[in-house]
Ligand binder design. Structure first.
Ligand code: NAD
Length: 340
């Protein structure tokens, strides 16, 4: 295992793939970028040249299935608009490859199930790119809670927001319901939902929600702008979350316990994290070394494949979030709590 590196193909050379994921391979021990799949031959050639890849390892969305004939590729990482995740997962696993897929796993429950079944049938692994679950500060928060550092966990708040800018290519499809599946919840509110789930270690049993779109704002003709949602966990913890496509950059959570509070703000930034623990003894800033969590999640999946282990964030983790997000939309539309 020491010298073994799995070959990865990245599908979709957009902002996230080119600015965060591809550069992370330099910090990977078990993973190597070997192929690209893109609709733009120029962009693919440019990225390939930058990372020293050979031309035969550049594919497009039409000849994507011929990856089956390329033994250098073990894993396909899907970084396309949300509604394309299902098709490219199914085709990718039918080409005999393991699949890493970006969040949200898909835009509906049926697609998530289809993706899980296709990977099972092909005997291949499926992991969802929930990077926060591989990031040092988020992991520290889970540890502090489990060790009882804030006493009994009682309540969580989590907020994620940023202004949607459809004049930018990466936001154009986010305003289109067919491609995005939904608005701020599917894109960034999912981090608030995830945080509540990994901080409690439990699955919510009831959700309630409210939604608002600014009348006349052309960005929100199809997808929601602002959504607040509350979750009830079986152990008694309550959570209050928000997600916005119009408020200023926000990526934070707070966990309130009987003997202290934890604040991580920013919590889910690409680079920056600021953690404080408040107890009777005062407020302490906890500084950690931090990690390249993109490399950590990529390597985690390679290690799982090499050792035939289930990844920490498999397909069913993505399915759970999509089910919960659908329940949140339902609760907002009905104006009533929904049991899950
Ligand atoms: P992006 O628009 O920058 O990239 C999407 C890529 O898909 C582009 O290269 C685009 O050309 C290509 N594409 C193929 N078919 C397309 C079509 N029909 N319409 C539009 N584009 C098409 O978007 P992004 O921000 O890189 O997001 C891609 C995926 O990554 C999304 O699922 C998103 O949720 C996810 N993402 C995850 C994180 C994270 O932190 N985990 C961050 C950003 C994005």
């Amino acid at each position: 295992m020491e010298n073994k590196k799995l070959g990865w193909a990245i599908v979709g050379l957009g902002k996230f793939a080119t600015e965060q994921l591809i550069p992370a391979f330099k910090d990977c021990k078990y993973s190597e970028l070997v192929a690209l799949v893109s609709g733009s031959p120029e962009k693919a050639a440019q990225v390939a040249a930058e990372y020293g890849l050979n031309t035969p390892n550049i594919y497009n969305y039409q000849n994507y299935d011929t990856l089956k004939d390329n033994p250098a590729v073990d894993v396909i990482y899907i970084v396309l608009p949300n509604s394309l995740h299902a098709e490219f997962t199914v085709r990718g696993t039918q080409a005999g490859k393991h699949i890493m897929c970006e969040k949200p796993m898909a835009t509906n429950v049926a697609d998530c199930q289809k993706m899980i079944e296709a990977c099972q049938q092909a005997g291949k692994q499926l992991m969802i790119g929930y990077r926060a679950q591989y990031e040092t500060y988020n992991l520290k928060c889970i540890e502090l809670i489990r060790e009882g550092k804030i006493g009994d966990l009682k309540l969580i708040t989590s907020d994620h927001g940023r202004p949607l800018k459809p004049d930018k290519p990466e936001d154009k499809w986010r305003a289109d319901k067919k491609l995005a599946g939904g608005g701020s919840l599917m894109d960034i509110g999912i981090y608030s939902l995830q945080a509540c789930r990994y901080l409690t270690g439990e699955e919510p049993v009831e959700v309630s929600a409210m939604m608002h779109n600014t009348p006349g704002d052309p960005r929100f003709k199809e997808v929601e702008e602002n959504i607040t949602f509350s979750l009830r966990f079986p152990g008694g913890v309550l959570a209050n979350c928000s997600s916005s496509y119009s408020f200023f950059e926000t990526k934070r959570f707070q966990a309130f316990g009987s003997a202290g509070n934890i604040t991580l703000d920013p919590a889910t930034d690409y680079n920056e994290h600021y953690l404080t623990l408040k107890t009777e003894e005062g407020t302490e800033e906890i500084k950690l070394k931090g990690n390249n969590h993109f490399a950590a999640e990529i390597d985690h999946f390679s290690e799982c494949i090499l050792e035939n282990k289930t990844p920490k964030t498999p397909g069913k983790e993505g399915l759970r979030d999509v089910k919960l997000m659908m329940a949140i939309y339902e609760a907002a539309e009905k104006g009533q709590p929904v049991k899950v």
